[in-house]
Design a protein around this ligand. Structure first.
Ligand code: NDP
Length: 249
């Protein structure tokens, strides 16, 4: 069986860390990238290694083209040819109405969520495309239900960035469909992770869970399971799909 190598951006915590740990149990050698949280990233690597898996952590700001190129080179050199990419790194900022938002905030959100996912997808396609001598592979972009709900009164900027990711998923899937690469997205609903603290609202999951038909927030591993399925051969005829993991929301 050929070696399975996965890069997960933003793998130091939350959905990325859960995906890395699940991927390792499915036989992937895993690279997690992180921005600032080196200790947390090292802890994820240690947990994977202690369970007999193979993992490395690399610092990279996904909004920087130079960092992304260096990140992919470190995967090439340390783990070998990448077969799976999870574009997970993402940010939101403190909830507010549109009148209060400035261009700086919009640029920061788009730089990480959209430019970051684009740059990583580009590097992955350069390596995976059978038209360029690669062996194919699969990409999953982490979008959000906000892409279709809009997040009014809190994060319309974040929602717009996630809608851009959906459009990129659909377009790229078509562009590389005959080159051995599948591209899909998951759209998580409200998931218990630290992102809500960075959005200035630690209790947000509990506040919005009444709007979820299943009446609960999700666990990061429930998103990881959908990501791993989309990357697996079981999803061999699924490309260009944006799949909600949102308790029916
Ligand atoms: P967390 O805030 O828990 O983790 C974010 C991760 O992204 C961290 O590993 C962080 O690294 C990394 N990161 C942030 N900015 C950058 C950057 N510029 N370059 C590289 N890495 C970066 O987030 P979640 O696990 O909650 O979210 C993961 C994804 O899921 C995001 O795309 C988010 O938008 C999406 N999502 C989450 C939902 C939720 O309810 N949690 C709902 C819908 C979508 P470090 O730790 O080093 O700072």
């Amino acid at each position: 069986m050929s070696r399975k190598v996965m890069l997960i951006t933003g793998g130091s915590r939350g959905i990325g860390a859960a995906t890395a740990q699940l991927a390792a149990t499915r036989g992937y050698a895993v690279c997690i990238s992180y921005l600032r949280n080196r200790d947390a990233a090292d802890e994820v690597v240690r947990a994977i290694e202690n369970s007999g898996g193979e993992a490395i952590a690399t610092q990279a700001d996904v909004s920087s083209q130079d960092d992304v190129i260096r990140l992919f080179e470190s995967v090439d050199q340390t783990l070998g040819s990448i077969t799976a990419l999870v574009n997970n790194a993402g940010i939101l900022e403190h909830h507010m109405r549109v009148e209060e938002m400035d261009a700086g905030r919009l640029n920061r959100i788009f730089a990480t969520n959209v430019t970051g996912s684009f740059l990583c997808a580009r590097e992955a396609v350069r390596r995976m495309s059978t038209a360029r001598g690669g062996n194919g592979g699969a990409i999953v972009n982490v979008s959000s239900v906000a892409a279709r709900l809009g997040s009014p009164n809190e994060y319309v900027d974040y929602a717009a960035s996630k809608a851009a990711i959906d459009a990129m998923t659909i377009g790229l899937a078509k562009e590389v469909a005959t080159e051995g690469i599948r591209v899909n997205a998951v759209r998580p609903g409200v998931i218990y992770t630290e992102i809500h603290a960075s959005g200035g609202e630690p209790g947000r999951v509990d506040r919005v869970k009444d709007a979820v038909p299943m009446k609960r927030g999700g666990d990061a591993v429930e998103v990881a399971n959908a990501i791993l399925w989309l990357l697996s051969d079981q999803a061999s005829y699924t490309t260009g799909a944006c799949i909600d993991v949102a308790g029916g929301r």
